[in-house]
Design a protein around this ligand. Sequence first.
Ligand code: IMP
Length: 181
Amino acid sequence: MSFLPPNYHPLFSRGEIAQRILTLGAQITQSYKGKPLTVLVVLKGSYVFAADLVRAIELPINVEFIGLRSYGDRMTTSGVVEITMDVKHPLMGEHVLIVEDIVDTGLTLDYLIKNLRTRNPASLALAALLHKPSRTKVEVPIDYLGFEVPDKFVIGYGLDFAGKYRNLPEIGYLDPPPDMA
Ligand code: IMP
């Protein structure tokens, strides 16, 4: 793709992503049959994944959005997280499925899960497109996982570098990694 930098390397094609999401959608459909499900999309990185995932779920779901900002850069994720845009209605008594782009250190999701638990949902589960197990600082249980990735800076399919490349229809990584300073 012409707008990609020379240090870009492909990881997962459009077809591989589509196939995996169909499988995840079928699993979620099976798990939540007969239960009212709220899909909670974490902005911004998850919007592309969520758009495809919700269309693979064959249930009458409700979709909500939450905006988070993690302080620090990639190498020094601080665990300090700010909710920049909160859910517009209470989640009490609902079955909530968080949709996240990537679990890296786990600090952001750990914060979000603890915060959401105080709102007393009927259940709380996590669908993550990517997981970088080698970077884990806090274990976060992932109920529906797309792919494991190596310790590389990944972009595309919603994931950005400095705000760019979210519109790349596949997933790849930058090597040598970008200068995060
Ligand atoms: P955490 O380290 O698990 O708290 O991840 C925090 C956030 O950093 C994720 O939700 C992503 O938005 C972002 N992030 C982590 N690793 C990458 C990456 O390789 N590419 C793009 N964004 C990333």
